[in-house]
Design a binder for this molecule. Structure first.
Ligand SMILES: [Zn+2]
Ligand SMILES: [Zn+2]
Length: 346
């Protein structure tokens, strides 16, 4: 089969690899029908994720059709259409039992396209298939469902739920990439009074306004904090969601959170940040972090199916699966290409 293979920082190839087979009784092999590229894959390509080794097939998002199942898989059979979660989980350990699939104690968690071969391929082996795949209802828009593999649950669980977005809140989202936009879409379940999107890319800010942001702040001049303070009468925001992962954007969150407010960090940080405890110690704030567990996927699936959540609007570009290198080129130049999520179809 063909797959996108990582060959060290800056080097990748769309090349021939052996088709995966069932290794454990709990495995399934899925024929990938649609997949996408994540910002995390770009981090891997830069060499930021040391655990990814030479020869690894990347990708942790997608939908497909079950090709083969192990003897212990009971929820799925050959021919079923499935949504692949970016998190694999046994469903049986203590952390899985408490819904924290991200920290599965039996070797699950974010392993696809990281510690084992991933979904940017014609076929992928999914461990713990019963708990790591979700059935796709007949007649679904499969392209929209690819957004449920990672970005929508990430924005929802780590941004909106960890931030405890509530009716009437003033919410700020720092970073209007796909995950920040996913937080913007799912924050609206809770009817906040204001959602302020902060970014330095005017196209992303326009998109955010069309997705339901009430204010868009361009931080190209570095004055976002002053603008938020002016908008909020000097109080700051109830919830500040960080969706970039650099010290400057985390600092914006620390500077705009109001007394009693919440900071929810989604961004993947590669460098230390300084915690402004000299200012925050007195402000009764809560800071939360996390890796998505995707335990909200069934809930989100229902909101997409019912049309409450328009996931398809996150897709901007379409490619064939074997145009993978070109798709990386476009997604890697997201600002210039006005790209949000790209879909690759078999
Ligand atoms: Zn991802
Ligand atoms: Zn587990």
């Amino acid at each position: 089969m063909k797959a996108l293979v990582y060959h060290g920082p800056g080097n990748k190839a769309w090349e021939e690899k052996p088709k995966p087979v069932v290794l454990e009784p709990t495995d399934a092999v899925v024929r990938v029908t649609k997949t996408t590229i994540c910002g995390t894959d770009l981090h891997i390509m830069k060499g930021d994720v040391a655990a990814v080794t030479e020869g690894r097939i990347l990708g942790h998002e997608g939908v497909g059709v079950i090709e083969e199942v192990g003897s212990a898989v009971s929820n799925f059979k050959v021919g079923d259409s499935v949504l692949i979660s970016c998190i694999s989980s046994c469903g049986k350990c203590g952390n899985c039992k408490s819904g924290m699939f991200a920290h599965c104690e039996n070797g699950g968690g974010w392993i696809l396209g990281h510690l084992i071969d991933g979904t940017q391929a014609e076929y992928v082996r999914i461990p713990f298939a019963d708990n790591s795949l979700y059935p796709i209802p007949a007649g679904s828009d499969e392209e929209a469902l690819v957004m449920l593999s990672d970005i929508l649950p990430t924005g929802y669980e780590i941004g909106v739920l960890n931030g405890e977005v509530s009716p009437g809140d003033v919410v700020a989202i720092v970073g209007g990439g796909p995950v920040g936009l996913a937080a913007l879409l799912t924050a609206q379940f809770y009817s906040p009074a204001e959602i302020i999107m902060i970014d330095v890319d005017s196209n992303r800010l326009e998109v955010a306004l069309s997705f339901g942001a009430t204010q868009a702040i361009n931080n190209a001049a570095g004055d976002a904090v002053a603008q938020v303070m002016e908008l909020t009468g000097g109080k700051g925001v109830d919830v500040a969601i960080e969706a970039i992962g650099i010290p400057a954007t985390f600092d914006v969150c620390q500077d705009i959170v109001k007394a009693g407010g919440n900071i929810a960090n989604i961004g993947v940080h590669g460098k230390p940040v300084s915690l402004k405890l000299e200012e925050l110690w007195i402000k009764n704030i809560t800071l939360r972090t996390g890796l998505v567990s995707t335990n909200t996927t069934p809930q989100l699936l229902k909101t997409v199916e019912s049309g409450k959540l328009n996931a398809a609007q996150l897709v901007t570009h379409h490619f064939k699966l074997d145009e993978m290198i070109e798709a990386y080129e476009v997604f890697g130049n997201a600002a210039k290409e006005k790209a949000l999520k790209v879909i690759l179809s078999a």
